[in-house]
Write a protein that binds this ligand. Structure first.
Ligand SMILES: [Zn+2]
Length: 58
């Protein structure tokens, strides 16, 4: 068998990127709603984001 593959990069199905929530510290998975701004997402939910803003308010 001489099958040449252009790339050895294989995507595992079901393996989503994860991040750690900056507020609750829990890991959370990529979600469809974040597909446009995943790079900016820092919190697992709107609630965490709100809490973070509240606790860091001066
Ligand atoms: Zn969180």
């Amino acid at each position: 068998m001489h099958k040449k593959k252009a790339t050895s990069f294989s995507k595992k199905k079901g393996q989503l990127p994860t991040k750690i929530c900056a507020q609750c510290g829990l890991p959370f998975e990529w979600r469809k709603r974040w597909e446009r701004n995943w790079a900016e997402v820092r919190y697992c939910s709107d609630r965490c984001r709100r809490i973070h803003h509240l606790t860091h308010k001066r």
